[in-house]
Ligand binder design. Structure first.
Ligand code: PMP
Ligand code: GLN
Length: 385
């Protein structure tokens, strides 16, 4: 009998740009300022706590919704930062990174023929999951040059078929953030609709220049129709641990847990206990994170001043967008490939985040979650352009 050939459920999808660029960076021994991950370690105390819990027999399945101690620590954090009282029992779910939080939220809400509105540039995982659900992604470009919401285009994109709007604040790759006024306007726009919101806030603790993060968790009207996703990978320099969570009202939480229990069921037990302890012991960690990353950003910006790249102000996240139009006319992906092969620097092009990148955009993204020596090495190679 002939072996069947799979008919792809995602015929337009290849390997993610982050994986492609990190593999090429290894092959070419390039400085990797592409895929977003730190080249430094999580806090020592947190690593000690993981070892402790592995030794303390915390190695079997955690409860499906997350270890109670961790859900309580998340509830305390959400209350402290955003004055939202979320119930650990019915409103908080621990997930396998932000990625799972996003995927199960979309799967819980989007069905065949439903529309999900995505704001471009949009993180690359959103649309494939919408498609797997039989939904349709309506992509609305963010306004240039500041990457704010284009309210008229968003209003036009909303229809009775809109089931979900996905927002990402702080925004990867631009570093733009929604303001309190933006959230009010969004609430007003959505009031007459039946749309839910998925707020991807994985960079919630990386907002600079004294501006605090404006979370949908802190906006009761929006929170009532939203799932807010975050990631400990970002906050604790531990992207490889893949632990995140989502906060959502009980009815939404009940639906997303139905999916979660059959996708991952439960998340690594010793890591959950360790993070719960660390959050109690070091609640100031996330308050200190903006100064830590702002210093990295400022260092990198000073070094990049010696290049012919034009910097888009990075107000948040650990990404710096640069305009390379003074050094090349190549489309961004070709330019990124040339940078790796000829100059030994890995970056991420912006077009994979967009359905239709504006033809004149000459932007690539650099990650500054790196030791200063790495940032210096990248900048001096880029200065040769
Ligand atoms: N959303 C955005 C905007 C991201 O940049 C990332 C990862 N960098 C994720 C979600 C996924 O987070 P995690 O690594 O915790 O799965
Ligand atoms: N979110 C990370 C980035 O934007 C990458 C995560 C991944 O590779 N899946 O670089």
């Amino acid at each position: 009998m002939a072996v069947p050939t799979p008919v792809s459920r995602l015929p337009r999808v290849g390997t993610t740009i982050f994986t492609v660029m990190s593999q090429l960076a290894l092959e070419h021994q390039a400085v990797n300022t592409g895929q977003g991950f730190p080249d430094f370690e999580p806090p020592l105390r947190l690593r000690e706590l993981v070892a402790h819990h592995v030794g303390a027999r915390h190695n079997q399945y955690a409860p499906m919704a997350g270890a109670p101690a961790l859900r309580e620590a998340i509830a305390a954090k959400v209350a402290r930062h955003y004055a939202r009282r979320a119930s650990p029992e019915t409103e908080i779910t621990v997930t396998c990174g932000g990625t799972e939080a996003l995927a199960i939220s979309i799967q819980a809400l989007v069905g065949p023929g439903d529309e999900a509105v995505l704001l471009d540039p949009a993180y690359d995982s959103y649309e494939p999951i919408v498609e797997l659900c039989g939904g349709v992604a309506r992509r609305v470009p963010l306004a240039r040059p500041g990457f704010g919401i284009d309210w008229e285009r968003l209003a036009t994109a909303l229809s009775p078929r809109t089931r979900l709007l996905i927002v990402n604040t702080p925004h990867n790759p631009s570093g733009a953030c929604l303001t309190a006024a933006d959230l009010d306007r969004l609430a007003e726009l959505l009031r007459p609709t039946g749309a839910f919101v998925l707020a991807d806030e994985v960079y919630e603790h990386m907002v600079y220049d004294g501006v605090g993060h404006v979370s949908l968790n802190g906006h009761p009207e929006l929170a009532a129709r939203s799932i807010v996703a975050s990631s400990f990978g970002k906050t604790y320099h531990a992207t490889g641990w893949k632990i995140g969570y989502c906060v959502a009202p009980p009815a939404l939480t009940a639906e997303l847990r139905k999916v979660h229990q059959f996708v991952t069921f439960a998340i690594a037990t010793p890591l959950q206990y360790a993070i719960a302890d660390f959050m109690q012991e070091c609640p100031q960690w996330e308050d200190e994170l903006p100064a830590f990353y702002q210093a990295k950003r400022d260092h990198f910006v000073r070094r990049l001043a010696a290049t012919r790249l034009r910097l888009v102000p990075a107000r948040s996240t650990y990404f710096q967008l640069v305009d390379y139009s003074a050094v090349s006319d190549l489309p961004d992906t070709d330019f990124a490939l040339e940078l790796i092969r000829r100059h030994g620097v890995a970056v991420i092009p912006v077009s994979p985040f967009c359905a239709a990148p504006p033809p004149d955009a000459r932007l690539v993204r650099l990650c500054f979650a790196k030791e200063d020596a790495t940032l210096d090495a990248a900048a001096s190679r880029l200065a040769a352009l």
